[in-house]
Design a protein around this ligand. Structure first.
Ligand code: COS
Length: 385
């Protein structure tokens, strides 16, 4: 379907597609096999200005919005979700500064982020605070002109590789969700260390590590927004990034459909290419229809955000939950269409299916997304009364 992208949006799509096809596809299997962080590809993305897409021009970026970011993420995801996760998690980590940072913080950090010189990671999750984000235990205690951080963040994408970390920690436990605050912590700060690299089912090119804070002192100026606003910073950050996870779903599903169609045209059984059988055609038709519906929703929500919508929680949760459930179904079906070959590592759909699973889990499980949508429906109904 033609989404009537502008000339610039089409250029961004074509550029990201070209990088995906020329630089990502040839190495994705090896990156997955070796669980290797895609530094070379990150350098290519940096040289192509793709890290600056959503960063305002005054801070060295291209000043584009959510739709452009989604388009780039979709194209990278079509080739490799491990690579696109590294890129998208960088945006996730940047949103707290972009949405709530002071002018000084933006001036200090955004130009390097836009240039792809320094990667970013977002630290919210802990061992006992996953879906229950309000249950975090990491503390930040004010001592003179510094906050002293103690605690451990778990499963942090880009952990260890990123230079800049946006961290949510408790500054006043008695205040519940209103007692959390957000901080910028730079790699190399005394008392800030990393756990071992996690071994994952999929997205194995991306790096996932613990962040360990042991009396880590950060200057007071590194607090993002005001004390007590950390939970809001985290929720708004997730509201803004979840559409991008939806775009990852669209991308990986499209990649899997492309592979399934290619295979079905080449594979012969009973004297005919299997694509001539209605059983296969119906599966491909369902896959294609679901992908188009997911893309339409993701692009619509991205445009909604770019047009200045204030409350985007429900819509971004819808884009995330729908597109990522589609991604799981479509990648499973791509393996099915390809049969025994689909199950073999020789073909990329096996990896796509493993990779897709995380989309239903990270940045809020799909059950949490349904909770967010449900709560919004209740609020809307109460307003109408
Ligand atoms: N935007 C602004 N404010 C929000 C918000 C949002 N999207 N969501 C919640 N808030 C506010 C609420 O209005 C409430 O404010 P008050 O204290 O002033 O009433 C406060 O934050 C607490 O909200 P709530 O009571 O709904 O919090 P819960 O502890 O019930 O948790 C969920 C809400 C489950 C939605 C939240 O914990 C969540 O998103 N969990 C998933 C976390 C996640 O995505 N983790 C992924 C790891 S990061 S990659």
């Amino acid at each position: 379907m033609d989404y009537f992208l502008t000339e610039e949006q089409t250029m961004i799509r074509d550029l990201a597609r070209q990088i995906a096809e020329e630089k990502v596809v040839p190495v994705r299997e090896e990156l997955d096999e070796r669980e290797e962080f895609p530094w070379e590809i990150m350098k290519v993305l940096a040289r192509s200005d793709l890290f600056g897409l959503f960063i305002p021009e005054e801070y060295g970026g291209l000043g584009k919005g959510s739709l452009e970011l989604c388009i780039a993420v979709e194209e990278l995801s079509r080739a490799c979700l491990g690579v696109s996760t590294t890129y998208a998690a960088n945006a996730l980590g940047t949103f707290p500064v972009l949405l709530f940072g002071s002018d000084e913080q933006k001036k200090k950090y955004l130009p390097d982020i836009a240039a792809g010189k320094r990667l970013v990671a977002f630290g919210l999750t802990e061992a006992n605070a996953g879906s229950d984000a309000g249950g975090i235990q990491t503390t930040a205690r004010l001592e003179g002109n510094e906050y002293v951080l103690n605690g451990t963040k778990q499963w942090i994408t880009n952990g260890g590789e990123a230079e800049i970390y946006t961290i949510i920690a408790i500054t006043d436990r008695s205040k519940g969700a209103r007692g959390a605050s957000a901080f910028i912590v730079e790699k190399g700060t005394l008392g800030f260390n990393f756990g071992k690299k996690e071994k994952k089912m999929g997205i194995r090119a991306s790096a996932t590590r613990e962040l360990i804070f042991d009396n880590c002192r950060v200057p007071k100026e590194n607090m993002i927004a005001k004390e007590g606003m950390g939970f809001i910073v985290a929720m708004k950050t997730l509201d803004n990034s979840r559409t991008g996870v939806g775009a990852q779903g669209v991308g990986v599903a499209q990649g899997a459909l492309d592979e399934a169609i290619k295979f079905a045209r080449e594979r012969h059984q009973f004297g005919h290419p299997i694509i001539s059988f209605q059983a296969i055609q119906h599966m491909l038709a369902d896959m294609a229809t679901q992908i188009e519906a997911a893309r339409s929703l993701v692009y619509s929500v991205a445009r909604y955000i770019d047009n200045g919508a204030k409350d985007i929680s429900k819509e971004s949760a819808m884009a995330k939950v729908f597109a990522t459930d589609v991604a799981m179904r479509v990648t499973i079906d791509a393996v099915q269409v390809m049969g025994g070959s689909g199950y073999m590592r020789e073909y990329p759909v096996e990896k796509m299916m493993r990779d897709a699973k995380i989309l239903q889990i990270y940045e809020g499980t799909n059950q949490i997304q349904r909770n967010v949508i449900g709560q919004a429906l209740i609020k809307e109904a109460a307003k109408r009364k």
